[in-house]
Design a protein around this ligand. Structure first.
Ligand SMILES: Cc1cc2nc3c(=O)[nH]c(=O)nc-3n(C[C@H](O)[C@H](O)[C@H](O)COP(=O)(O)O)c2cc1C
Length: 285
């Protein structure tokens, strides 16, 4: 038998971990021979955390999250985002009320707000005498949203790597104008989503939520034909298994997802977003 410190032993342990993590992600084996490491483990073991211990995040966690966020690629190095770290319980309570009364915002010691920020580039343009007319186009808004999202997700991975949990809060787009006022956002900036952060409550552990089979999301060379119905049915069954384990109400993903996108009444006020964005100074031409 291999010695516990030997390379062969460590390779075996890592491979076992890899297979378990990938199984958890898909609820079916995924045969990958890649050598496993801590980075991959952190990424594949992601789960959203919605129950937190009350203790604050450790010193330096915010700065680490921002360093990770700023390490993400950014279109033309424009860096068109800003993050606001909110820890004040009263402000968190007001933001929670604006985001559909999500309790986790109250519970998490830290709430990060990720802002698409065209204000900074606008001011730079004004200062150097080159007005930033290009920012008026939908493309620029999309660029800001893309870069902000890439940055935030890097922060999520870094926070998870040091044992913290987090959960995105798209709910803050339910009332974007009120959120902008609460955060004193300047014109041409917009809170894209929030992120609750804290130590996961061990009394309410979150589990890895299985994803669609790769055959449903991965094609090669061109968009392809897949056994769509069969793959979705398989996923519905796997997710029901997960819900059973979590003592959650059982519901097909396909039904749940269809309800989420069924129309205006399922958008929690967000169907008005274009008008609100115009009000916040984005033209979206
Ligand atoms: C942009 C974005 C917004 C989200 N908004 C919310 C939210 O408002 N409330 C919430 O509980 N979860 C929210 N989530 C978390 C998703 O529900 C979660 O990622 C998804 O169910 C998959 O679960 P997992 O992250 O545990 O794998 C959001 C996720 C993303 C990416």
């Amino acid at each position: 038998m291999a010695d516990a410190t030997s390379l062969a032993y460590r390779t075996d342990v890592a491979a076992g971990r890899r297979d378990t993590r990938l199984y958890d992600r898909y609820r079916t084996p995924l045969d990958l021979s890649v050598a496993w490491n801590e980075t991959l483990d952190t990424i594949v073991a992601h789960r959203s955390v919605r129950a937190y211990r009350p203790d604050p995040v450790p010193a330096g966690a915010v700065e680490l999250a921002v360093a990770a966020a700023q390490s993400a690629p950014t279109s033309s190095n424009l860096q068109p985002w800003t993050v606001i770290a909110v820890a004040d319980p009263d402000r968190k309570a007001r933001l929670a009320a604006l985001a559909g009364n999500q309790k986790q915002i109250l519970q998490a010691p830290l709430f990060l707000l990720w802002i698409v920020d065209h204000q900074r580039l606008t001011r730079i343009g004004d200062r150097v005498g080159t007005p930033a007319e290009g920012l008026h186009f939908l493309e620029s808004f999309l660029l800001g949203a893309v870069d902000t999202s890439l940055a935030a997700q890097n922060a999520v991975v870094a926070l998870e790597a040091i044992g913290l949990g987090s959960c995105y809060i798209g709910g803050i787009r339910n009332k974007p104008a009120e959120v902008a006022a609460e955060l004193a956002l300047p014109p041409r900036s917009f809170a894209l989503f929030g992120l609750t952060v804290g130590y996961p409550d061990p009394a309410a552990p979150a589990s890895v939520k299985p994803r669609l089979p790769q055959k449903a999301v991965l094609f090669r060379e061109r968009y392809g034909a897949s056994d769509h119905a069969g793959l979705i049915a398989a996923y519905d069954a796997r997710l029901r298994g997960f819900q059973r384990e979590q003592a959650m109400p059982e519901r097909d993903w396909s039904e749940q997802a269809s309800q989420r996108v069924r129309g205006i009444d399922s958008l929690a006020g967000r169907h008005l977003l274009r008008d609100v964005l115009h009000g916040l100074g984005f033209r979206l031409d």
